[in-house]
Design a protein. Structure first.
Length: 260
């Protein structure tokens, strides 16, 4: 029987994690939030060879997709979004015309696996508490352990640089709120401020979430539900097609800009 040593196990974790973090202090795209839109965005970027990392506050990825609706772990997508699930190899079944159902656990776990295998680095347990701004452009993130934030400890953070940053933090739109609060940058909204999320209206929300997934300030994009929070669209409830399409749209916009 081979001998196992506790210290070597610790060294393996510390060394390899440190190496991974050091390699991702400078990125092409930094995504905050590992929900469906954030992971989809990361997947399409990494698939094209871009250097992208996702920073997730919680231990688990997937956002609200795990729970489907009221903890019934099935998700619904429309036909257009089904094409993304098909590409990822996620099984779907037709419920009625234009309503496709998938197992939430399969959807999240497969999306995460595909994103990581494409080259996305996911750092969980890390919160973005601030941004880097140079010449009125968002150019990076200020990060700290989520446990530090939860405990209310006074521990200084670290910083990472990114050519582009994506706020995929969901309803909270945390990164855009930081920019609005801590800088004089005018957002690319009707009022130059965050407009706020409206009440549920599935049909409109699924359209606006894709439309609103775009650059909100120089170097900063929104994707997923944060887009409707920032630009004033309604919430969509337990349908996830718009989330996937939103992430894909932002990824392809960033691919064009990164190719310049």
């Amino acid at each position: 029987m081979e001998h196992l040593d506790e210290i070597k196990i610790s060294k393996a974790i510390i060394k390899t994690y440190t190496d991974k973090l050091l390699k991702n202090l400078e990125l092409e795209v930094a995504i905050v939030g590992a929900g469906p839109s954030g992971m989809t965005c990361g997947y399409y970027l990494a698939k094209e060879g871009k250097k992208v990392a996702i920073f997730e506050r919680k231990l688990s990825v997937g956002g609200g997709m795990w729970a489907g609706g009221i903890l019934f772990n099935q998700i619904v997508v429309q036909k257009k979004a089904k094409e993304i699930l098909d590409e990822l190899g996620i099984n779907t079944s037709l419920f009625e015309k234009n309503y496709y159902v998938a197992d939430a656990v399969e959807a999240v776990s497969t999306l995460c696996s595909k994103a990581v295998k494409a080259g996305v680095k996911i750092f969980n347990g890390l919160s973005a508490e601030d941004v880097l701004i140079r010449n009125n452009r968002i150019c990076g993130l200020v990060l700290n352990w989520s446990a530090v934030e939860m405990a209310g400890l006074h521990v200084d953070p670290i910083s990472i640089k990114a050519k582009f940053t994506v706020d995929a933090t969901g309803h909270a739109a945390e990164i855009v709120h930081i920019v609005e609060k801590k800088s004089k940058i005018k957002l690319k909204t009707k009022t130059s401020k965050i407009l706020g999320e409206g009440s549920m209206w599935v049909e409109l929300a699924e359209e606006t979430i894709v439309k609103n997934s775009k650059e909100v300030a120089s170097g900063l994009y929104t994707c997923g539900m944060s887009s409707n929070t920032v630009f004033g669209g309604p919430r969509m409830g337990p349908i996830f097609g718009g989330m996937l399409l939103s992430g894909k749209k932002v990824a392809f916009e960033l691919l064009k800009r990164l190719s310049y």
